[in-house]
Structure formats: structure tokens, C-alpha cells
Design a protein around this ligand. Sequence first.
Ligand code: NAD
Length: 336
Amino acid sequence: MINICLIGTGRAGLIHGRNMAAKVSGGKLIALCDPSEEALQKAKEELAVEYVYTDYKQAVENPDIDAVVVVTPTVYHKEIVIAAAQAKKHILCEKPLAMNEQECLEMIAAAQEHQVKLQVGFMRRFDESFQEAKKIVDSGQIGDVVLIKSLTHGPSEPKPWMYDISKSSGPIGEVNSHDFDTLRWFAGSEVASIYAIGGNFRSPEVRQEYPDYYDTVSLNLQFSDGKLGAVDGAQYVQYGYDARVEILGTNGSVLIGDQSKHKVVVAKKNGEIVRPAMHSWTYLFQEAYVREDQAFVDCIINDTEPLVTGYDGMMAVKLVHAGLTSLLEKRIVQLM
Ligand SMILES: NC(=O)c1ccc[n+]([C@@H]2O[C@H](COP(=O)([O-])OP(=O)(O)OC[C@H]3O[C@@H](n4cnc5c(N)ncnc54)[C@H](O)[C@@H]3O)[C@@H](O)[C@H]2O)c1
């Protein structure tokens, strides 16, 4: 049995906590850690554990803990992951892996040096539809991959700090790291150049104070082997949560994603046909998170390489940085 400590018991943390507590075989949630008494209290009420910490440094010293799931704000990922690696704990770290490429390199080196697993939270790779599409693409059914398009739109109004893109990176940082990982996974190669354009279309009232803030972005990418990529990202779209992918090959295409919450369609006498929209990533990727957590425990038990590695996490961070640079400097950024 792999004994797990959840570090960060907020919004995404509780998803992993619930999975590790009840849905993952071979793993057991035994500890919670969060400096916020309020968050900890809420988590404790729901998840029965043996140990509770407010300081991750104490948590990683507990010899009963085999692995940690790091779900704190991104700015703390590096110090926690390195402390966990030094204490010989296996690590599942939420995306984005860290604030910049240098931090990622240090985290990867620490995991290698202390011989622990480091998996990064790109749960879309564990989604059944994404995995099925990957099998189809790899089998050659659509010929050679030519163009991969991926979009993510989030419904929520930005929190006030998000208007300052030196703090949030805007949609490229908040949502598109998932799309970058999807593109790299389906292309099987690395991005050579990226170009971004964007604008603030939904929050005109902050244009003067935050001229660099954008809520919508469109990115064109080219891979080192010539394949093409297109990503778009948006915040505060209000209609729901939207994540869709199209892979165009020389002989066909594969589509992933649907904007509907479920398959029910209501036709009304006024001629309207209504289908509820997907409202949240937590619902859309519910099963993918379980499979991601199960895969993490399995890779520890079977001593195999995680499906999503620290390197994958670092490459997405690198693309976020390149995309933002392109947007702000209005130029194509060459990565190789
Ligand atoms: N995979 C995904 O699609 C996905 C979705 C949402 C969030 N995330 C990522 O998960 C991470 C957390 O996001 P969230 O939305 O859950 O944030 P959140 O603010 O809801 O929760 C973060 C929690 O971490 C706690 N925390 C802060 N510093 C800590 C520390 N030093 N040690 C332990 N706990 C600490 C906070 O008190 C809070 O309870 C971020 O990196 C975010 O990008 C990923």
C-alpha cells in the first residue's frame, strides 16, 4: 500500500484527496497538509486521515508517508517538490510544474538524484477520449499528422490579481498549458516556433489600468518536424467550460470533445432545442483525475516511468513563456 499525503487542500487538492481516499487501489490517503486552518478543517471533515500538518517540511519528515500530491499555488511547487524528493517521497505535482524552466530543471534533477517518481498533472492524457484518439492517431488510421488544434475556454470572471499578467500570465498560463501538452503528445515532436495574438474583449473597464491584460489568445505553432499547431485560450467566456481538439492527418481527422454536459437534448414547443453546456473542468475530467491518480500509484508499485514526466511539465512551462513573450513583443518566438 502506498501511503499518501495531500499537500494543498484547496479546489483541485480535494479532487485528488477524494480519489486517493476512496477510488484508487494500492494507495491510501493518510495525511493532509495546508497552512490555512480553514482549508484544512474543511478537508479533515470530509477525509479521514491519521496525520494533519500546517507545514509541508514536517509532513515530508513522516516515515509513514511514501508519496505526496502537490496541489498548492504554483509559486510553491518548486520548494515543496524538492523537499519531498530529498525526503525520498514520490511526487505527483499539479500543472504548471513551476514558474519557469530553471525551477523545473531543479525539480527534475532532485527527483532523479533521490530516485523518486515525478509525475505532472496533465490529466487530459488519462481521459478515455484522449487515449482513444491517441491510439487511432498512432495506428496510422488518419495518415501522417499534419495539424493539431486545441482550445480551452474557461467560464469564470478573472480574480482581480489575474488582470496583472506578470502575476497570472493570463489564459496562456491559466489554461493553455494543457493544450501545449496535448499538442506535444499528439505530434510526438517539439515546438520550434510560436506566434501569439490576443486581446481584452470582455473586461473593457480594466483596459486603462492593465493594458497588457488579455482574455482571449490565438497561437500558431510549428514543430521541428514541420507539423503545424493551433491553440486558442479564453477566460470568462461565461457559457461554460470548453475543451476540444482536432487532429488533421493526410487521410482523415480525429475530433475530441463536446460542449454538452450530457447527452440529453430537450426539444420545446417554441421550436427551441436545448442541451445543457459543460460547466466545469472538475466534471468534464472527473474520471481522468481518478485514472491519473491511479496511474501515479501504479507507477510507484510497478517501478515504471510516469506517463507524464517532469520533462513534459517543463516543456509546457517553456511554451507558456514563449507564447507570452510572442504576445507581448508581437513577434514570432523561435525555440530551436
Ligand atoms: N489540472 C488542472 O486542470 C488544474 C485545475 C485547477 C488547478 N490546478 C493547479 O493546482 C494548483 C492549486 O490550484 P487550486 O485551484 O486548487 O488553488 P486553491 O487556491 O483552491 O488551493 C490551494 C491550496 O494550497 C494551500 N497552500 C498554500 N501554500 C501552501 C503550502 N506552502 N503548503 C501547503 N499548502 C499550501 C492554500 O492554503 C490552498 O488551500 C495550481 O498549481 C493550479 O494551477 C490544476
